[in-house]
Design a protein around this ligand. Structure first.
Ligand code: ATP
Ligand code: MG
Length: 387
């Protein structure tokens, strides 16, 4: 987040010290499209240490020439003109050269619509025919698409993302190269893929983006998502991020286990996927066993996949009014069961507790000491004494 006012101030400060500086990339594109830019990136010939000296700033990507300038409450990325060296791991260029001209700097950027410059008076400088492509609403790489995708395959997914975000078409040659070079996506780190995928899911024209992925068979190069993408395109129904990943776990648990999610996220998606599979209408017992968040996610997944619809506020109400929330809330203790029956601890206790909880959840029993003691005597004690 940021404001154009702050961006202008940063440019003016740099220029007053004799440096060149421009707003570059997404902010210029969005400005020309009449959209409100989210972040402002600035490109300059000042070196990182020179930028640091002029502003309240943090060296966030010093090696790559990026300094984060703080202008309360926002931050601005100021990057030194650079040209990128080759990238071994397709993650970061192995080294960057600081460039001397802004023309060089824009040439390393991905798409013509992202290669425009703007000064503090909002004048546009276009070395890549980006304005023409904005008018044509076209996504086109700067330079040869085969070369640009081989330098960094994430650009293939970025093209898909910009299509979803801007509702632009992809230039014919760029599109062809994306299809032919799709297998390079497999070399990207799972973290980069996840981040880009989440950005794609959150776009306004998600369906169009997924249709292109399918059309180019790109979904085959990201393990775990194949069937999900096919389902979304077939249903022509957009999906939210959490539901997307739950559906992925639903169709391809083994592949999704290899993804770089936190254990907590994996657990959430896996449990929700498992619960969705049952096709059973979600009820109080599920809420007790899985908790509200997972049941709601399973409900959204069931609704997406089989049109079983739930009123979320009803599930919330049901959860808030569960007659028991956890085994430890049971009004009869394990020690009391052992004392009454003169039996040692064992698996039998868990069985009794589970039986009681189940009956409490279906309102066959009340979670009340007297009621539970009586039930225990009637149902279990008699049988045990006969053993
Ligand atoms: P968004 O609206 O999503 O922020 P953006 O165009 O600002 O879109 P960023 O990911 O914020 O995209 O990147 C800022 C700029 O950096 C881009 O406009 C582009 O010029 C350049 N860029 C980012 N990623 C790449 C890449 N992988 N290859 C080449 N240039 C890139
Ligand atoms: Mg941006």
């Amino acid at each position: 987040m940021g404001t154009i006012q702050h961006a202008k101030e940063i440019i003016k400060t740099l220029k007053s010290e004799g440096y060149e500086a421009y707003i570059v990339g997404g902010a210029v594109r969005d400005h020309l499209l009449g959209l409100k830019p989210v972040d402002f990136d600035i490109t300059t010939n000042a070196k990182p240490n020179q930028v640091m000296a002029l502003f309240d700033a943090r060296a966030t990507g010093f090696k790559y020439g990026t300094i984060t300038v703080l202008k309360h409450p926002y931050t601005y990325e100021v990057t030194t003109y650079r040209t990128d060296g080759p990238s071994e791991d397709q993650r970061h260029p192995d080294y960057v050269y600081f460039g001397t001209s802004v023309e060089e700097d824009v040439m390393r950027r991905d798409f013509t619509i992202n290669g425009l410059l703007m000064d503090e008076h909002l004048n546009i400088y276009d070395h890549v025919s980006g304005q023409e492509d904005i008018i044509k609403r076209s996504i086109k790489t700067i330079g040869d698409p085969y070369l640009r995708f081989s330098e960094d395959a994430l650009r293939i997914l970025r093209a898909i993302y910009f299509q979803g975000k801007l509702h632009f078409t992809i230039d014919t040659l760029t599109l062809e190269a994306m299809g032919k070079m799709g297998a390079l996506i497999q070399q990207l780190s799972n973290e980069r893929i996840i981040n880009e995928l989440i950005k794609i899911i959150k776009t306004n024209h998600q369906l169009q983006a997924f249709e292109t992925m399918l059309q180019l068979s790109l979904h085959h190069h990201i393990v775990g998502i194949e069937k999900t993408i096919e389902t979304i395109v077939e249903k022509k129904k957009s999906i939210t991020t959490d539901t997307f990943f739950t559906v992925c776990f639903y169709y391809d648990l083994n592949s999704m286990q290899t993804w770089k999610f936190s254990n907590q996220q994996k657990h959430k998606y896996q449990q929700a996927a498992e619960l969705s599979k049952s096709h059973i209408k979600l009820n109080a017992t599920h809420l007790f066993e899985y908790g509200l968040e997972i049941v709601k996610l399973a409900a959204r997944t069931q609704s997406y996949l089989y049109g079983i619809n739930y009123a979320m506020n009803k599930l919330e109400y049901m959860y808030a009014h569960l007659p028991i929330k956890s085994h430890v809330d049971l009004k009869m203790k394990a020690s009391e069961m052992m004392a009454l029956s003169h039996r040692k601890a064992g698996a039998w206790i868990k069985e009794v507790q589970e039986d009681m909880v189940k009956k409490i959840l279906t309102h066959e029993l009340k979670n009340d000491r007297t009621v539970l003691f009586m039930y225990f005597r009637e149902t279990y004690l008699k049988g045990m004494q006969n053993e």
